[in-house]
Design a protein around this ligand. Structure first.
Ligand code: SF4
Length: 57
């Protein structure tokens, strides 16, 4: 990861705010709607959706 987020738990590698996987730009993330996602992050969000998770956009 090339940025720092206060919600990222470096010990577990997860998001403390959302209680799960850190996917920058995912629903509820501080970056949601604030940044243009890279192709890699778009793919991770598609996989996130594919696991039955709900997005707000
Ligand atoms: S999902 Fe978003 S809010 Fe959570 S740790 Fe990652 S960048 Fe931060």
């Amino acid at each position: 990861m090339t940025f720092s987020c206060k919600n990222f738990d470096h010990d577990s590698g997860t998001c403390r705010k959302l209680g799960g996987e850190c996917i920058p730009g995912r629903p509820g993330c501080v970056l949601d709607g604030q940044v243009t996602l890279s192709d890699e992050l778009k793919k991770r969000l598609e996989e996130f959706d594919g696991r039955g998770n709900k997005r707000n956009d």
